[in-house]
Ligand binder design. Structure first.
Ligand code: ADP
Ligand code: ZN
Length: 531
């Protein structure tokens, strides 16, 4: 810290205004800082943009010694340190991007007591050399940022975080503060246990972002839907559009630009110079749209992002919340908009099936996806679902600022339709020993004599044409919801449909299948990008 004077409450406030130029603390910041400055351990659960950094930066400045910050975001350390130095804070970092000499300089500064803050990558703390270095200096506080990385069940597990439990054993007198934006109740118990923080005080900020309107629309022609959304509601606004692949990032950015909306791509395949240029344009200019893979956004602090759009389904609710949370940090009305369809479910299920990792990893990924799908398919308030997911109590009356609150979706009894779809899958397999994807199953149900139907004689199946009462779009909705509910599964690299353990209960009429009604508008042709 800057001073060795006795600590008072107003010293924190004085530091806030003198160093950071802010007038008042936000939310629980003051209580957290007071607690840590007094030497207490803390677990801080605060949404992105809530102001977590000050919760350890101010104690680092106020308490004698250096605040040691463990962060997995190596790519951001240089920026964070530069920003702090610009404020006159003596900050440094140690990570793998440095050469020997650069590291020596930082180490010397630390040992000389000339650092207020030292950022460390977690893998550094596995090295005895680093621990030894820390033992020879004075530490004000340990901050473990992105603390959910310690959770093996989380979406962002880092094995190096497991070693952090030794901090409390080796430095019992140094207060520790663990911070995260993505903690379900289970994760926060895991953080407490694995980091050895049983006595830590918990500070849980509300995860509600009332100024963000959540909307999830059925995907038909995503680029066109996006364009219409932007023209109708966000002309000239800054925003982020997330796509899954680099290719669709590029195509979407081009498409928007061609249609008069200034947009730049951002993904890991672009060279560092281009990425940096696009990022700084986004921060500097008004009303620029960035089309990006999830590589974009970590540490981006732009207050007036008016919308976040997803053209593809995020892999987890945590991811969705974090990405949409980049909208509206200034508190003004903003939109989280997503187009979601059958193709998303098939694709994500396929990715998990064919992806790397062991069985436990796949089960975890599937559980994360299931929670995300449940959010997409719910007929209840989306905000309520989100808050409940993070262990917080939603307003039972609904939020009034999400699509399901604003225009409650209708439901219908999809039991018979579900039986028909499942029967088609069963017939193909039993009578022909074949498995097909959703497109062929739907063509069979609709009684369409397509080239592929003729080729395989599928017009001879007993289920051919038994589903003519529904449109193609409606069938896509049925199959999507069956996949989302786990009543159908996807297999192999072609994404063929197969039954699950629960499918027989539908076929035997032991179970009803309530479904969300698809909108009247006909779905786009299957040859389109919506599949
Ligand atoms: P988080 O790490 O929780 O995502 P940050 O610590 O990056 O959030 O803070 C988000 C933004 O809010 C930053 O621009 C930060 O400077 C600003 N901020 C934090 N606390 C205050 C405060 N008390 N007054 C004004 N601005 C604040
Ligand atoms: Zn709502």
């Amino acid at each position: 810290g800057i001073t060795d004077m006795p600590v008072t409450e107003s010293e924190a406030l004085a530091t806030l205004s003198r160093v950071f130029g802010y007038e008042a603390f936000r939310g629980e910041q003051e209580a957290i800082i007071e607690h840590v400055v007094a030497g207490g351990d803390a677990l801080v659960l605060m949404p992105t943009g809530g102001g977590k950094s000050l919760c350890y930066q101010i104690p680092s400045l106020v308490r004698p010694g250096t605040g040691v910050v463990v962060s997995p975001l190596i790519a951001l350390m240089q920026d964070q340190v530069d920003a702090l130095r610009a404020l006159g804070v003596r900050a440094g970092f140690i990570n793998s991007t440095q050469d020997f000499d650069e590291r020596r300089v930082v180490e010397a500064e630390f040992l000389a007591g000339e650092l207020d803050l030292l950022y460390l990558a977690p893998e550094r703390l596995r090295l005895e050399a680093t621990r030894d270095l820390l033992s020879r200096g004075k530490i004000a506080v340990f901050a473990v940022d992105e603390a959910h990385c310690v959770s093996q069940w989380g979406h962002d597990f880092r094995p190096d975080y497991l070693a952090l439990s030794m901090l409390g054993e080796r430095w019992p007198d140094v207060p520790r503060i663990a911070l995260t934006a993505t903690a379900t109740r289970a994760t926060h118990e895991e953080i407490t246990q694995r980091l050895g923080l049983p006595g830590a005080r918990h500070f849980v900020a509300s995860f509600d972002r009332p100024n963000i309107q959540y909307r999830i629309v059925p995907k038909t022609d995503p680029k066109k839907q996006l364009l219409a959304f932007l023209r109708q509601e966000h002309e000239g606004d800054a925003g982020i559009v997330y796509c899954l692949s680099r290719n669709s990032v590029e195509r979407t950015a081009e498409f928007l630009t061609r249609n008069g909306i200034e947009a730049v791509p951002y993904h890991a395949g672009l060279d560092a110079g281009t990425r940096a240029a696009h990022q700084s344009r986004f921060l500097r200019e008004d009303g620029l749209v960035v089309v990006a893979t999830i590589a974009f956004g970590m540490g981006i602090d732009k207050p007036d992002v008016r919308f976040v759009a997803h053209l593809d389904l995020p892999k987890s609710v945590e991811g969705y919340y974090q990405e949409t949370g980049r909208a509206g940090r200034d508190g003004l009305p903003s939109t989280a908009w997503m187009a979601y369809g059958l193709g998303d479910v098939v694709q994500q299920r396929k990715l998990i099936q064919s992806g790397e990792g062991d069985e436990a990893f796949r089960r975890r990924a599937a559980a994360h996806l299931d929670a995300m799908l449940a959010l997409c398919e719910t007929v209840d308030c989306r905000r309520g679902r989100l808050l409940a997911y993070f262990g917080q109590d939603p307003d039972p009356a609904g939020c009034g600022n999400c699509d399901t609150c604003l225009t409650p979706p209708e439901t219908w009894d999809g039991t018979v339709a579900a039986q028909k779809a499942l029967s088609a899958v069963v017939r193909l397999q039993r009578e022909r020993g074949q498995k097909f994807g959703a497109g062929q199953i739907i063509d069979i149900l609709l009684g369409k004599r397509t080239a592929k139907v003729i080729q395989f004689d599928h017009d001879q199946l007993s289920v051919f044409g038994i589903g003519e009462e529904l449109t193609e779009g409606e069938w896509r909705g049925v199959v999507r919801q069956l996949l989302a509910q786990g009543l159908l599964a996807v297999e192999g690299e072609y994404g063929t449909l197969v039954l699950t353990d629960t499918s027989p209960s539908v076929l035997r009429r032991e179970r009803e299948v309530p479904l969300r009604k698809e909108p009247k508008k006909p779905a786009a042709a299957r040859s389109g990008s919506a599949t």
